[in-house]
Design a protein around this ligand. Sequence first.
Ligand code: GTB
Length: 220
Amino acid sequence: MPPTITVFERSPDGGQGLARDMRVRWALEEVGQPYDVRLVSFDQMKQPAHLALHPFGQIPTFEAGDLVLFESGAIVLHLAERHEGLLPKDANARARAIAWMFAALNTVEPSIVELEQAPYVEGDQPWHEQRLPLLEGRIRARLGQLSNRLGDADWLDGLFSAGDLMMVMVLRRTDGMGVLEDFPNLVAYVARGEARPAYRRAFAAQRAVFTAGAAAGGHA
Ligand code: GTB
């Protein structure tokens, strides 16, 4: 039986592939593993059946046989360790690729998410507007460091790896912020990721969920 992942029944991103199931879909496509999808509503995510899979009531989850996983990073790492194609064989190169996964999730993503969520969590505060340049500055600082490290290389450390998959997905979350554009090598890096056939298949699959929901009258 193929593994099953959970995804938004109605993704708030309008089919842009910004929700975290896209990382898992992309990894599954890269390693050539077919998968099933279970759509969940926001309400269902908070019900006991889903909370048994995901303690925080979120997507994505991953079920394969008697293994249940949550956290997109853990799921991608699991897939990368069990299938060829997302981690180098050399032990040190493998460790570095995993370090890039952590860097994407732990060092680059937090400031991006903070700016993305600021309007929702603190938009009504009198200091909200004043804080935006500070939040944006934090992202730019990280992107500058990442841009310096990438230089004119295609990928972060040799061949494409799960580290690149995660970093490209994290950088995509800057869409509409107007920050990535200051770093042409990062723009090209994201475009290289998006051009991979596995990415395109994953993107089309998540897009199809949104389109089907819209056709059924589920979206505005
Ligand atoms: N650390 C966890 C992981 O990496 O798996 C975080 C999981 C997570 O944040 N899941 C979100 C979720 O289930 C969906 S991806 N949220 C519902 C809830 O918490 O109740 C985050 C996301 C949502 C929407 C957009 N968007 O519309 O652009 C982008 C990203």
